[in-house]
Design a protein around this ligand. Structure first.
Ligand code: F6P
Length: 371
């Protein structure tokens, strides 16, 4: 029987659904019955801390145990119940123009005897995967990001669990907002795309939803709030993505620090808005930043199931020798697309069909069109 060593890593921001995907890569690769059918005995090793693990591991030295974890069915048996990533993650970019370590990564992949590498990540991590695949590394990608903004797939691991967090948080805020007749601005993640704010806001019935794809007018926000009060509203929930911005303004960043992929850490639009609403309407307004709560906690049923399907599909690609691809969900079917198709223009909310620009909210027609 042939032998083949698979490596697996998780990169970028963590989220729920990573551990289920790892578990199912391992279980599917090591399945004894399938090994006979495939005439190949697979072995799986986990690389700790994303690309940083492959930069820092020294296969001839003493730190292999720190960065390489042998994975078997017993080890990953319970992993699908847990959030985060048991392999750890990082935002290390081996192709960082200021510190290019890509040759070291390639050398380490070879020295570790990795014949196929499963990379679970978003646009940045998969961008590195694509570059490595272009120089001949056998790569299979699995999409994850709570922002759901990767092109080429209708789903990215972590999104549905994050939505559940938003809905639960808003349910809790409603009782206190109602008791005090206050406005609450809830800031979600979503750097470039408004999926979390839009679908989170739709799921919890937010009064206003603000997304990066459509710059809002502060005057209009205040008018809508006053109109709502005139019609009897006692309190309001506004859900805003961290990347939303007022007309003529820019995204609000927590500081000027930039990561290896050139991103700033956004945050602060919620408090900015709360201040503008207080001063524009006189209404008592508070803000809350959900931040990393959206990435934490156990995966919901959907993320466990999608992690499982994506993990199985990733091994199918390896068995078929079909590299340079990312597994993806399209029209409710798991399929695979070339990695480069997952790296083009981000998948953003289509403002003309999915957002109500008059009411700053979700769409009000689905099957028909008004006017
Ligand atoms: O990229 C996904 C994301 O969830 C963004 O929405 C957010 O801006 C970012 O991660 C924050 O990541 P961290 O604080 O972990 O660097």
């Amino acid at each position: 029987m042939k032998r083949c060593r698979i490596g697996i890593l998780t990169g970028g921001g963590d989220c729920a659904g990573l551990n289920p995907a790892i578990k199912w890569v391992v279980k599917t690769a090591l399945d004894r019955r399938l090994a006979l059918e495939r005439d190949t005995q697979y072995e799986v090793i986990g690389i700790r801390n994303g690309w940083r693990g492959l930069v820092e591991v020294n296969p001839d030295g003493s730190n292999v145990d720190k960065y390489v974890v042998p994975l078997d069915e017993e080890k990953v048996r319970t992993w699908d119940r847990y959030g985060g990533t048991n392999l750890g993650t990082s935002r290390t970019n081996p192709y960082d123009p200021n510190n290019d370590c890509s040759r070291r990564v390639i050398r380490n992949i070879e020295s570790l005897g990795i014949e196929a590498l499963v990379v679970i990540g978003g646009e940045d991590t998969l961008g590195v995967a694509h570059k490595l695949s272009q120089v001949g590394i056998n790569i299979v990608g699995i999409p994850k990001t709570i922002d759901k903004d990767l092109p080429g797939t209708d789903y990215t691991l972590g999104f549905e669990t994050a939505l559940d967090v938003i809905v639960e948080a808003v349910d809790r805020l409603r009782t206190t907002a109602g008791s005090h007749e206050r406005i609450f601005v809830v800031e979600t993640m979503g750097r470039h795309s408004g999926w979390l704010a839009l679908e989170g806001g739709e799921s919890c019935g937010a009064f206003l939803i603000l997304i990066p794809e459509y710059d809002f007018s502060i005057e209009k926000v205040n008018e809508l709030l006053i109109e709502g009060r005139r019609h009897g509203a006692r309190y309001e929930i506004i859900v805003t993505a961290e990347g939303a911005k007022p007309i003529g303004g820019t995204e609000i960043a927590r500081d000027e620090k930039i990561d290896g992929f050139g991103h700033k850490t956004l945050g602060g639009i919620g408090e900015f808005l709360a201040w503008e609403i207080r001063s524009g309407t006189g209404l008592e307004t508070r803000s809350i930043v959900l931040s990393h709560l959206q990435r934490g906690g156990a995966p919901c049923a959907y993320d466990r199931r999608m992690g499982r399907y994506f993990g199985i599909a990733a091994v199918d690609l390896i068995v078929g020798g079909d590299f340079g691809k990312m597994v993806s969900l399209r029209r409710n079917e798991v399929t695979a697309i070339p990695l480069e198709d997952a790296l083009g223009k981000l998948n953003l909310v289509d403002v003309t069909t999915q957002y109500d620009v008059e009411r700053y909210n979700g769409r009000r027609t689905i099957l028909g069109r008004y006017g």
